[in-house]
Design a protein around this ligand. Sequence first.
Ligand code: FES
Length: 256
Amino acid sequence: MLSRVSVLPRVRLVRGARGLSNYHPIASHVDSAENTKTTPFDFNAENHARAELIMSKYPTNYKQAAIIPLLDLAQRQNGGWLPLAAMDRVAKLVEVAPMRVYEVATFYTMFNRERVGKYFIQLCGTTPCMVCGSEDIKKAIEDYLGIKEGQTTADGLFTLREVECLGSCANAPMIQLNDDYYECLTPKSVVELLKRCKSGNVPPMGRWGSLPLNGQVSCEGPAGKTSLFEEPAPPPMRADLDGQVDPASVKAHMGY
Ligand code: FES
């Protein structure tokens, strides 16, 4: 009988076949010209105020609960990726060992530890999207941009990364482009979308905070609405917002 140890796969700490994808098992920092321990990073004045606001939501003895929103804030300030110094800054703010922050940043694929393009494409490759054609979508993107999954175009405009389910399976196949969802894609419509990005004319989000590119409304199927015919009662709104929040302004209300 084989011993338990002998059948364990050996994890090699090298770049995997998926290029720069977060799936590869690199667990250590590798210095680059723009990312060393001494590369300066600090929150700007506006984000300092946001960081204070974020930390005020948690008890002072649980400051580390703010690690994820603070990393997100740092990543947004830094053009979509997290240098080592940004992770160290967050560790200092929440008063934990830097390793505690590295553990979080290396676990969640929402955090990029290498520079990404202006348009960061996360392509869902999980089963519902896969059976609806995500491989064709990936090929169309790769062919049009001339890159492979995990790579960034030479002009720094696009990075393509394949990720697991993004929770929009009803409108598969789909991609997340920066913060927004573009759904019900075909190889033709995804290339159209990329062309619009190149010309700086990204299609705005629909009323529901995502954009099915086949013209359907939200996740209604080809037969239209088949249930929930009555208007549901809206959830109670915060009195100070005076009922003015709509999906298009959610990011503003969240401080992005
Ligand atoms: S499987 Fe693609 S969004 Fe869920």
